[in-house]
Structure formats: C-alpha cells, structure tokens
Ligand binder design. Structure first.
Ligand code: M3P
Ligand code: FE
Length: 306
C-alpha cells in the first residue's frame, strides 16, 4: 500500500571490480536473469518473478559499492510532484533522461542525508516473468541457483539517519516500521512504502553513502536453507546465517559477491499496514534485534560495507 505514490525499490546499480566474475555470481549463484547490456558495458538483470526489464545494473569500476538505488513511483505526475517535494525539502534534484538506462523512462536523482544517491522513476518496459499472464504457471522451468522472486530491500549506513528518515517519511510517504532508538532519536530505522516490513533501512554508523547489503526475497525458510547450500556448493563467500532477525522477524542468510558487495537472501517478516504500531528496540537490545537466536553482534557483519 503505497502511501504517497512510491511503490517499491525498482533497481539497484552496483559497482563491481570484475564484470565477468560478477556476471557469473549474479546469474549462476544468485540465479538472476540477464536482460541486457548497454553501450557503456553495464549489465542488466532481473529476478525471475519481476515483470519489469531490470532490478540490478552492474558497472565495472575500481571500487565496489552502490552507485544508486531507484524507487518506482506510480506515474509521471507523481514523479513531478515528489521531485518538487524533494526540492522544497531543501535537497537538489537532477534529471536523468529517458533511455539512459535500457528500457527505462526519465529518472529524478537526489542524494539523501546519509550520503546515498537515490532515484525515482515511473516507467520501465514490462518484459514479463517467463510465464503467460493468462492461465499462468508456477515458475519457469529454467531457474538456476538461489532464484529469488524479487529485489526486496536495501540497507545503508550513514550518520544522519534522522535526516534520511525525515526525507523518506515527510516527502516520500514511507513509514518507520521498526527502529533502534533512544528517547525518540533513531540509531537505525526500517522503513516501508508498501505492505513489506521494510523497503529501505538506514543504520546510523559511520559510512556516508555506504551500502551494507541488498536483499532478495525467497519464498520460504527452506529456500533460505537452500540458498545457504548453494553458497556452500559454489564456494561463494559466506557471511552469516541462516538465522532469524529480531527486527522484522525475517529469516536470512548473508553472503558476498566476488567484489565484496553483501547480498542477503531474505524471507518472512510480517505484513505492514499503515495503522500498525511501529516497533522499537532499545540500544541495549541491539544484538537481539539483529539476530534473535545468537544475540551477538559480529564484528565483520557490522563493519564491512561497500
Ligand atoms: C536486516 C533485515 C543491520 C540490520 C540488518 C537487518 C545490518 O538485514 O533484513 O532485517 O544492522
Ligand atoms: Fe536485510
């Protein structure tokens, strides 16, 4: 249920150190579908059950990390209205022309107070999920690897969580579903623009503009276990899990792409409705908020960002 016209995180643009190794990871291990390559050498992917042309764009660079995260909005008028709102909030916007991404309309780009570049866009070509929309099937026959159904959420770092929360809440219509907070001040905020338990999360640790992870949704706990098996069988760099978060109650396994960008296979979590009371974790309960079984913070998990 979009509160102000923003529907979902629609694409993540990542920098990778070695495109060939990255393409092998995202197609063979993650099991995404490659949907195109552009004149700049960027490679486009989607999860199998997404209908739009792409949800991940890779660019080869000498430093890994997040170029930008794009949210799809309901229509072009909403795009103009939200762009004006961002400007009125005091943040400059930049127009990215239609066609700069394959199969994508114009985008509006801005930098959040936590330092990440975000975009809004309203149009992207529909290429389907490999099955008919009349009398559809269950899943296409040729799935590989972890094969998540969709891009789910992104978690980013940066000191000014209060600023990014204000922008996403007051201008873009997101709600804080859960937080780690003290006396009303956010140390971490999980935010939804939909009925998902989070579409974006901000963690107030040093790392302006940094990415902690991009998460892909799988359908069940057994698919999270299966993801961990695939990670093991392919000798992919494993980070943490399978386990369960306290915050969101989601089930999870974390791993790295060959450039060190963290991926998460995520499932579960409860549904969010705008009238649901947000949940708060006090700072002393942070370990339980992160991992409800282990109740321990892991150094590498907290400190490695790209
Ligand atoms: C999740 C989630 C951190 C919290 C992570 C939580 C890195 O990834 O999906 O709920 O502090
Ligand atoms: Fe996550």
């Amino acid at each position: 249920m979009s509160m102000n016209g923003v529907m979902r995180p629609g694409h993540v643009a990542l920098r990778v150190l070695d495109m060939e190794a990255a393409v092998r990871h995202y197609t063979d291990v993650l099991g995404l579908v490659e949907t195109g390559r552009d004149a700049q050498g960027r490679v486009y992917f989607k999860c199998w059950d997404e209908h739009d042309h792409h949800s991940l764009v890779l660019r080869e660079a000498d430093r890994a990390g997040l170029d930008y995260l794009g949210f799809k909005v309901v229509d072009e008028a909403t795009l103009d209205r939200l762009a004006a709102g961002i400007e009125a909030f005091g943040i400059a916007t930049e127009a990215v022309p239609a066609g700069e991404h394959l199969a994508t309309g114009r985008r509006v780009r801005f930098t959040a107070p936590t330092g990440q570049v975000f975009e809004l866009y309203a149009s992207k070509d529909v290429v389907g999920n490999g099955m008919p929309t009349v009398n559809p099937g269950i899943q296409p026959a040729n799935l590989k690897g972890i094969a998540p159904v969709r891009l789910d959420h992104v978690l980013v770092y940066g000191a000014d969580v209060e600023g990014s929360v204000a922008l996403f809440r007051d201008v873009l219509g997101f709600q804080v579903t859960e937080s780690v907070s003290d006396k009303g001040k956010y140390m971490a905020a999980f935010m939804s623009c939909s009925t998902k338990v989070h579409d974006i999360a901000f963690v107030g640790l040093p790392g302006e503009g940094k990415l902690h992870h991009i998460a892909f949704y799988v359908d069940s706990w057994s698919d999270v276990l299966r993801a961990a098996d695939v990670i093991s069988m392919t000798e992919t760099s494993h980070d943490l899990g399978p386990t369960r978060h306290g915050a969101t109650r989601g089930q999870t396994v974390y791993f790295f792409d060959p450039s060190g960008n963290r991926n998460e296979a995520f499932t579960g979590g409860y549904m969010w409705y705008p009238d649901r009371p947000p949940l708060q974790w006090t700072p002393d309960e942070l370990p339980r908020a992160l991992f409800i079984h282990e109740k321990k913070l892991r150094d590498e998990f907290m400190s490695v960002v790209t």
